[in-house]
Design a protein around this ligand. Structure first.
Ligand code: ATP
Ligand code: MG
Length: 403
């Protein structure tokens, strides 16, 4: 299975196989710079398609496996989540709940008035309630007269989804299965007790920051802010009068999130925009510039999170992931500001990842593997057919669920 993360800064793709003894085995991960996106939205289909193609080619080269389809993460500032609820009377005279009852109640709960340019991307069943007894995950076969469901619906701009699908079509990639990035991240970074107790995930990327609240095991609310690590790089480039590329390098190699984390004896070389002259700047100056933006972003995240939930409900605290989380000291700054525990979100739910793969930036792509495998029907691999029968099943599943 392939997990694909089409980000504003970079495209990441990962190929994994599952085996029932060792779990998920990552066979390769590729990352290439992305072009064609702004703030998580595709603004140029051709460039985006070329970037995805380059990334998948790289992954094919690394693994020797031909890639036909991918479970693709979806994000962008058009995303929102709506909670809804519906009740139906159980039709069957002996009150055994059937698949049809389940479909009927789910269908009724999805009856949400949407503006014409918006689409439901995903429906998450939070729980079923049978005759007042809550916490049921699958009601089929149970007995009761009144069936209720609570769902969360992820909504996005129709055009944004279509642009992603068109980019994939350009390179003949099947991406009939897409999933909201935060559901994928949750798979790779959260523990089940965090999800149960209440936790916020913040994925700070290059152009966007996604924020979600999970409780009682699933997503409750979400929002996407049009800010990310690129803000910091741009500021650095302007103040240091250097190129964006050099600013990114300086930020990633020597940047710290707060002035008191800078060391006096660290001196950084900054090239001028033309690239023909080098100036020396102190880490202190770099930290001052970065920290101004970090504080601004943390304030925005805090305000948004308060719109989504009461902070004291987040017994599991906040988990910060995405490339932006790789800035030295940002977890500490955030924890100081937020007044709840903050930890770094590494994609550690896949065991045995080596250092350069086990980083916050890869949380979406690796989460897609777990998500995909969880939702896949158990494949019976007969040794003669080998891997191909597994892929056959996966393809079947992709078509099945995403049609
Ligand atoms: N070591 C580091 N220190 C600071 N920032 C870093 C580091 N490594 C990566 N970043 C920043 O993380 C950002 C990219 O993160 P990521 O790859 O998660 O974004 P993306 O998924 O491409 O974008 P988006 O999610 O916004 O669409 C960039 O701004 C990059 O500079
Ligand atoms: Mg991202």
């Amino acid at each position: 299975m392939v997990g694909l993360d089409v980000g504003t800064s970079s495209i990441k793709a990962v190929l994994g196989e599952i085996n029932h003894i060792n779990g998920i085995n990552v066979l390769g991960l590729a990352q290439v710079p992305s072009s064609g996106l702004r703030k998580g939205n595709i603004v140029d289909i051709e460039s985006t398609a070329r970037s995805i193609d380059a990334c998948l080619n790289e992954l094919e080269r690394l693994t020797g496996v031909e890639i036909m389809s991918a479970l693709t993460g979806f994000s962008g500032i058009s995303i929102s989540a709506v909670s809804n609820h519906a009740v139906v009377a159980v039709g069957n005279p002996n009150y055994e709940i059937t698949r049809e009852d389940k479909e009927r109640v789910l269908h009724s709960a999805q009856n949400i008035a949407l503006p014409p340019d918006k689409t439901i991307v995903q429906v998450i069943e939070r729980q079923y309630i049978i005759d007042g007894y809550d916490g049921v995950t699958d009601p089929v076969g149970m007995v009761g007269s009144r069936l209720e469901v609570e769902i969360v619906v992820i909504i996005a701009a129709t055009a944004a989804i279509q642009n992603l699908q068109r980019s994939a079509q350009r390179i003949n990639l099947h991406c009939d299965k897409i999933a909201y990035n935060q559901l994928l991240v949750a798979e790779s970074v959260l523990t089940s007790s965090e999800k149960e107790m209440g936790v916020a995930i913040v994925d700070m990327g290059g152009g966007t920051t996604e924020i979600s609240v999970f409780s009682q095991g699933s997503i409750l609310s979400t929002s996407v802010l049009p800010i990310g690590g690129d803000y910091i790089s741009k500021d650095l480039a302007i103040v240091l009068r250097t190129s964006i590329e050099d600013a990114v390098r300086i930020k990633e190699d020597c940047g710290v999130a707060a002035p008191e984390m800078a060391r006096d004896d660290v001196i950084i070389n900054a090239r001028n925009i033309q690239g023909n002259d080098v100036r020396q700047v102190s880490q202190q100056l770099v930290a001052d510039i970065i920290s101004a933006r970090v504080i601004e972003m943390v304030e925005m995240i805090y305000t948004e999170l308060q719109q989504l939930t009461y902070l004291d409900k987040l017994a599991g605290g906040l988990v910060l992931t995405g490339g932006g989380a790789q800035l030295a000291g940002i977890v500490e700054v955030m924890e100081g500001y937020m007044d709840i525990p903050v930890r770094l979100g590494l994609p550690e739910n896949i065991k045995g990842l080596v250092g350069d793969i086990n980083i916050p930036r890869n949380s979406v792509a690796l989460g897609a593997l777990i998500y995909g495998f969880k939702h896949m029907e158990p494949a019976i691999v007969d040794t003669r057919a080998g891997v191909s029968s597994v892929f056959h099943k996966v393809n079947y599943w992709l078509k099945d669920l995403f049609s």
